[in-house]
Design a protein around this ligand. Structure first.
Ligand code: PEP
Ligand code: MG
Length: 612
């Protein structure tokens, strides 16, 4: 457990100093620092083994009671947060509450008390053991990519609940932000999600911390609260005191300490421009995604977890273009059955109020790993190269009950609104035919049982994310009712550059003409076979790339909800003729750099109203 200690006092340097941290929530702020130090944690005798287990159990139960009451008070504050903040912190509080219930954590702590340990020591050891287990599961490869992010988050949750219990056992106080002056910039060594939930966004201009990262709950919450924030600004606390003047840029990650009058004047211009931009992006929400030449496109949202749903509504997205159902299999020891899955899909479909929801059946394998699936013997079969092994539809066709359960749950929920079903990692027509047979059989079985499901069945589509699928898109389009291009994997497989490997990032370029030619083939095949084609890889959220993608023939895009307004702004300024011209040039370009230079020049020429 990382204890926060006060740093030894150093004399801050005079004059302007620039630090660089991780920008986690956009916006620019200028103001005075309010430094929130954390009370030192209690010192705990970890070696004692002579405590009375009964007495320590009672202390533990009292501390759990106090912790539950505190979480309840935090929950009561939820109504004061914006909608997406409510969802983020609400589900986090639920996780904490479950941990304090009859959980593995509680059983582990109580077992340690039987050995005469002090309750504080038992809590610290058990939460640290569980956190370490998350980060480095014994006998299994360490989690990678998105799994590593989820594991770090889960480890943080164990440590956080451990800290709360230890504070309640020892009566150590929490810090409070209620006394901070209006308009202050909150400066701290670190900020935990429960702390962030206590911040009143109307009173705090920005947040800067010395530690933290962009993918944790704190970052997500600060984004949801709309507070400009930079985390991991190393060297911050050695330089900043109470009322030190700061400029915080949550877009670039810059923190400017004691800005000169010229820097402060420039920052004030940025603050005003950012406020105008937010207003303008907000207005865009209700406007159509129409090119300046008149053609209307579709912008939808990708959803990783249901908690992101309110952001989808706020973004103005016209439905969910990709629901990655992997979340159902993460952080769980048991496979979600048909009822549980239906109960998750149903509110998502209802919330979209008539806009389509595209549910992709689980794309497991490659760099993704699941406790629930490994437990029943499904997962990496020792593939030499998991990205080229049994993943996506290949895995589902080997473990058909998994696919059958998911199809059945989706079909049961599909009466609530328009649904589309998507197959991942397709590389051949046989896979689509096999999956379609199962889909039809599950449909017949449900009808025989008297379950009401849509007739005809919801469209069954395929991801185009292998070069084979792109090259064969005209054939595959005869078997699938829609095509969704996954540029994340398509780029990886086309350029033989792992999407998660840092040493080949320079080679991993979705704007490489080789990738663009595959996109063009897919869009052409969709047009010829009259099948809708969408693009749901990260490239869809890049305003620079979208005019080119339109020129290549893509008319529907799905991206993280937060990207929708900016992409829409670019679309509304672009013209179809220009898009087509750029596509012709890009297909003849020699490399991605040449394409990027052309797109940058075009973006520069587009004038966005309100850009100033
Ligand atoms: C893709 O590969 O582009 C895609 C959308 O799927 P994922 O990122 O989930 O692999
Ligand atoms: Mg993919």
């Amino acid at each position: 457990m990382k204890a926060t200690e006060r740093r030894p006092k150093q004399r801050p340097r005079a004059g302007e100093v620039r630090l660089e941290g991780q920008p986690v929530s956009p916006g620019v702020a200028i103001g005075y620092a309010a430094v929130a130090h954390e009370p030192a944690p209690p010192s705990v005798d970890m070696a004692r083994r002579d405590c009375n287990p009964g007495h320590e159990r009672t202390r533990l139960h009292d501390a759990i009671g106090r912790s539950v009451a505190q979480l309840g008070r935090l929950h009561d504050r939820l109504a004061l947060l914006p909608e997406d903040g409510q969802v983020e912190i609400g589900s986090l509080l639920e996780v904490y509450r479950r941990m304090l219930g009859p959980s593995r954590l509680r059983r582990g702590i109580e077992a340690r008390l039987e050995h005469g340990m002090l309750a504080e020591a038992a809590v610290m050891q058990e939460t640290e053991a569980l956190a370490t287990h998350m980060l480095a599961p014994p006998g299994r490869p360490a989690p990678q990519g998105e799994d590593a992010v989820a594991a770090r988050r889960r480890a943080g949750e164990f440590r956080e609940i451990g800290r709360r219990l230890v504070r309640n056992l020892s009566g150590t106080p929490y810090r409070s932000f209620s006394a901070l002056p209006d308009g202050a910039i909150l400066v701290a060594e670190q900020l935990r999600p429960a702390d962030a939930a206590l911040i009143d966004p109307s009173r705090i201009a920005a947040v800067v911390t010395e530690e933290g990262g962009s993918t944790g709950h704190t970052a997500i919450l600060l984004r949801a609260l709309g507070i400009p924030a930079v985390l991991a600004a190393h060297g911050l606390l050695a330089q900043v005191r109470r009322r030190t003047r700061l400029v915080v840029d949550g877009v670039t990650g810059h923190v400017i300490i004691r800005p000169s009058s010229r820097t402060a004047a420039a920052a004030r211009v940025d603050v005003a421009a950012y406020a105008r931009e937010r207003q303008m992006l907000g207005r865009l929400r209700r406007l159509p995604a129409r090119l300046s030449s008149g053609e209307v496109l579709t912008l939808q949202a990708n959803l990783e977890i249901p908690a992101e749903l309110p952001m989808v509504a706020q973004s103005g997205a016209a439905g969910i273009g990709l629901l990655r159902s992997e979340f159902l299999f993460m952080n769980t020891d048991t496979l979600p059955d048909e009822d549980r899955q239906e109960a998750i899909y149903l509110p998502l479909i209802e919330a979209m109020a008539g806009d389509p929801v595209t549910i992709r059946v689980v794309d497991w394998g490659s760099e993704k790993n699941s406790d629930a699936l490994s437990r029943v013997g499904i997962g990496h079969g020792g593939d030499v190269n998991p990205a080229l092994g049994v993943r996506g539809i290949r895995l589902l066709l080997q473990h058909r009950t998994l696919l059958e359960t998911q199809f059945a749950a989706i079909l049961r929920a599909a009466n609530a609104g328009p649904v589309r079903v998507l197959l991942p990692m397709v590389s051949g027509v046989g896979e689509v035919r096999a999956a379609r047979d199962i889909y039809a059989r599950i449909g017949r079985r449900l009808r025989r049982k008297g379950v009401e499901i849509p007739d005809p069945l919801p469209p069954l589509g395929i991801m185009i994310e292998t070069p084979a699928a792109a090259l064969m898109a005209d054939v595959l389009a005869q078997e699938a009712e829609f095509l969704a291009i996954g540029t994340n994997d398509l780029t990886m497989y086309a350029l033989a550059a792992d999407r998660a490997a840092a040493d080949v990032t320079a080679l991993y370029d979705p704007l490489h003409p080789a990738v663009l030619r595959l996109l063009r083939m897919t869009a052409d095949a969709g047009l010829r076979q009259r099948r809708p084609v969408s693009l749901c890889g990260e490239l869809a959220s890049d305003p620079l790339a979208v005019p080119l993608l339109v020129g290549l023939g893509v008319r529907s895009f799905s991206m993280h909800a937060s990207a929708v307004p900016r992409v829409k702004r670019t679309i509304r300024a672009a013209a179809m003729d220009d898009c087509r011209r750029m596509a012709c040039r890009a297909l003849e370009a020699t490399d991605g750099e040449e394409v990027r230079a052309m797109l940058t020049a075009y973006a520069h020429d587009l004038r966005h109203p309100g850009d100033g």
